[in-house]
Design a protein around this ligand. Structure first.
Ligand code: FMN
Length: 188
């Protein structure tokens, strides 16, 4: 399978698989081995950038975008797809953020071109599974990627994409509940 960086160099990207009811019915509720295996853990960090803003508004799933140069450690070894791990927002000293927002939280992320929205550029978007009170654009985000969930897919409806993202969150939480993954929740 080609890495995201290799796919980015192709003149034309391969067409994404269309989501089907068979694919959904066959989705496992827990993924990956009991202990993270190479190339995981992959560490990423960078200041949060603004995406198109559709994640929060249209999908009920706000995402933090990482700058292009900070995703190389992942795009050079991973194929496009949906991944799970942990993330932590590091607010600037004067931000006066409650401690509950600054701890390590579980995350799901999408690495790719979002076929449903036909993005032109490769993006790494992280959905931190925590209710934040406010946006955190410009704040530093650290993430540790611990495993792969599924390929990125194309969809005929927004509702189907939303349903799959909800499943991704459950799969991520189930997969992170194993002891050797929990180790990474203490510090990134
Ligand atoms: C866990 C997760 C899985 C996703 N899976 C897909 C996918 O399979 N196909 C797709 O086109 N977009 C997928 N997306 C990306 C959404 O399309 C993306 O977050 C949305 O375009 C919002 O981006 P924006 O905030 O830059 O507008 C996924 C996002 C997340 C967080």
């Amino acid at each position: 399978m080609a890495t995201a960086a290799e796919v980015a160099k192709l003149a034309e990207r391969p067409e994404a698989q269309r989501q089907t009811t068979e694919f959904r019915a066959a989705r496992p509720q827990i993924v990956g081995p009991d202990t993270p295996q190479s190339p995981y853990p992959i560490l990423l960090s960078g200041p949060v950038q603004q995406g198109f803003g559709r994640g929060g508004k249209e999908l009920g799933c706000p995402t933090a975008n990482l700058p292009d140069d900070s995703i190389t450690p992942m795009s050079s070894v991973c194929e496009p797809g949906v991944y799970y791990g942990y993330a932590q927002v590091l607010p600037p000293k004067d931000a006066n953020w409650d401690e509950k927002h600054c701890i390590v939280h579980p995350m799901v992320m999408s690495l790719g071109w979002n076929p449903f929205y036909k993005n032109e550029r490769l993006t790494a978007e992280i959905h931190v599974m925590h209710e934040f009170d406010a946006d955190f654009y410009g704040y530093d985000l650290k993430a540790v990627v611990l495993g792969y969930i599924r390929p990125e897919l194309d969809y005929t409806s927004r509702e189907a994409l939303i349903e799959d993202i909800e499943t991704d969150k459950r799969v991520a939480l189930n997969s992170l509940a194993r002891p050797s993954y929990q180790e990474y929740s203490k510090a990134i």
